[in-house]
Design a protein around this ligand. Structure first.
Ligand code: NDP
Length: 315
């Protein structure tokens, strides 16, 4: 009987110790897990779209050197993206990869969820991804208008719809537009120019105008309706105007957060898009977008502007 009671007590106390030990282990695991998450959530993060080549890759490269936080090179194609990360790594630079096809809202949502979960938001967003048909491309103008606006305007807007709410206080948003947006604006009818420059144009009105351009182009009526003969130019008018709309909205809705949103032109840059005759190297093309991405804490300008060669341009 004595031995049975002793054995029972031993079993119970062993069970108890085991239970306490397990609880301690679990809570320390939980603690470790949560401290990692807190550490990651408090570290800063920069995200660049279309980062696998050209200006986007040069922006990632410069941010890896000068941004204090994690830099994400995103690309629609995982292979090309990871190859770019590896080539930066060979230069001693640490970039992280995340898949992101701006034409695919599912991909945008997944990426947005990832940055929200892991970092609690985004500190710097550079919307660089874009496309352009070559001048000699025989694709009908109607198709060029549809395809070009789908990526450069509508997909960039989808990115902003999902990522703007994630931008942390003090964040920077840089939308890579083009000097072609200014040139094309001047070729629009007086009436259209007035709308694109107005302080009260809404995102819905702008999107309706972009949709209207694509429809008119399908019927070959865009010129008589006051639009220029350039799908790329119109898509970048959309990007510049959208940046201004978002800047005004953020100033109104989050006045204390000091987020700066700008559109910019990288210049004429030697990439697959612009060809070998362009005047700037990709590194030089990255200078203005990176300048805007790294505007110092407390800066209040530029905001809602079109910037080229690090200087605000007339719109
Ligand atoms: P590139 O053609 O060299 O690179 C474009 C990048 O965008 C590529 O990484 C491409 O990926 C990516 N991209 C295209 N579509 C998508 C998509 N749906 N989702 C994700 N990524 C996508 O062009 P640049 O580097 O010259 O251009 C970068 C930006 O600069 C563009 O917005 C362009 O309009 C603008 N710009 C360029 C100028 C120049 O002179 N080069 C002048 C003014 C503005 P992938 O490799 O998979 O195709």
């Amino acid at each position: 009987m004595f031995f049975r009671v002793c054995a029972l007590r031993l079993r119970t106390s062993t069970g108890c110790t085991e239970l306490v030990f397990r609880l301690l282990l679990d809570s320390s695991r939980f603690f470790l897990r949560s401290t990692t998450t807190i550490a990651e959530m408090s570290s800063k993060v920069a995200v660049v779209t279309g980062g696998n080549k050209g200006i986007g890759k040069a922006i990632v490269q410069a941010l890896c050197k000068d941004f204090r936080g994690d830099v994400f090179l995103t690309a629609r194609d995982e292979g090309r993206g990871k190859e770019a990360v590896a080539s930066l790594s060979a230069e001693g630079l640490k970039a992280f990869f995340h898949q992101l096809d701006i034409d695919d809202v599912g991909s945008i949502r997944k990426a947005a969820d990832f940055f929200k979960q892991k970092y609690g938001g985004v500190d710097v967003l550079v919307n660089n991804a874009g496309i352009a048909f070559k001048v000699a491309d025989p694709t009908p103008f109607a198709t060029q208008a549809d395809v070009t606006l789908r990526t450069n305007y509508f997909a960039t807007r989808d990115m902003l719809t999902h990522f703007l709410p994630l931008i942390k206080a003090g964040g920077r948003v840089v939308n890579v537009s083009s000097f072609v947006s200014v040139r094309s604006l001047h070729k629009c009818s007086e009436e259209l120019q007035k709308r694109f420059r107005s302080e009260d144009i809404s995102e819905d009105e702008l999107t309706a105008l972009m949709t209207r351009f694509v429809e008119l182009a399908k019927n070959g009526q865009h010129k008589e309706a006051g639009w220029p003969e350039t799908a790329y130019g119109v898509s970048k008018i959309g990007v510049t105007t959208l940046s201004m709309i978002h800047a005004r909205r953020l100033s109104k809705e989050r006045p204390d957060d000091q987020i700066l949103v700008n559109a910019c032109c990288p210049g004429w840059v030697r990439t697959d898009m612009a060809g070998p005759k362009a005047t700037k190297s990709p590194e030089e093309g990255a200078e203005t977008p990176v300048f805007l991405a790294l505007l110092p804490a407390g800066a209040s300008a530029p905001h809602g502007k079109f910037v080229s060669d690090k200087a605000v341009q007339d719109w």
